[in-house]
Design a protein around this ligand. Structure first.
Ligand code: G3P
Length: 217
């Protein structure tokens, strides 16, 4: 499973990129709104200088015709841009039209396997089931990820399942075990994947013993 970073913050992208474990970035209007008025294009281009992988930029228009025009514009910003389109009737038509033109689409706001199947049949490159938002309404978000992965696998569909709305480290483990192709993680979750108290205790113990053994002062 690949890891993307779910942020529009260039500082967060730079901080995460130094570990070499992030192979893409996902953004959305809510994440951009936290960035103090920076232009979307400028931010995507800044991110593209740091991460050489898929960068999702989201459409905000509401008709199929508008979505296609907007998607073309977003895709023209950089060769790594993947256009995010929400799954509804206009979205499905736009996904089909954009995919036919060779524009890669990440279909967002997926909450069921049927939505993912439709998006895949329309030519989506990625489908993004929102795990945390399903958990928020007392449904098991990860079950939808599992179902999406099974649908793609059983039917040999090339669409990749991108687990989104990830809220904590257990979501990442579960997404990996469910066979998600990608999990997009918020910047605060990434360091949580790394930490374990026994690792910290173990490092300290080795350092103490290294001092006793005269290896370090
Ligand atoms: O990738 C989509 C993600 O940003 C949504 O997360 O926490 O707003 O449900 P959240």
């Amino acid at each position: 499973m690949r890891l993307f970073l779910d942020t529009a913050s260039i500082d967060d992208v730079r901080a995460a990129a130094r570990f070499g474990v992030i192979s893409g970035v996902t953004t959305n209007p809510s994440l951009l709104a936290k960035e103090g008025g920076v232009s979307y294009k400028q931010r995507i281009l800044e991110i593209a200088e740091v991460v050489d992988g898929p960068i999702s930029a989201e459409c905000v228009t509401r008709t199929a015709d508008e979505l296609v025009v907007e998607a073309r514009e977003l895709a023209s910003w950089h060769r790594n841009v993947v256009v995010k389109i929400p799954i509804d009737e206009a979205g499905l038509e736009a996904i089909h039209r954009c995919s036919s033109e060779g524009i890669r689409v990440n279909v967002t706001l997926i909450f069921s396997a049927n939505q993912a199947l439709l998006a895949a049949l329309a030519g989506a490159t990625y489908v993004s089931p929102f795990v945390g938002r399903l958990d928020d309404i007392s449904e098991e978000g990860m079950e939808v990820v599992r179902q999406c992965v099974d649908v793609m696998t059983i039917h040999g569909l090339p669409t990749q399942v991108l687990a989104a709305s990830i809220r904590h480290p257990l979501h990442v483990t579960q997404a990996a075990l469910a066979g998600a192709h990608v999990a997009t993680v918020p910047p605060n979750v990434l360091p949580q994947l790394l930490k374990h108290p026994l690792t910290d205790i173990g490092i300290q113990r080795f350092l103490d013993d290294a001092r006793k053994a005269g290896l370090v002062r």
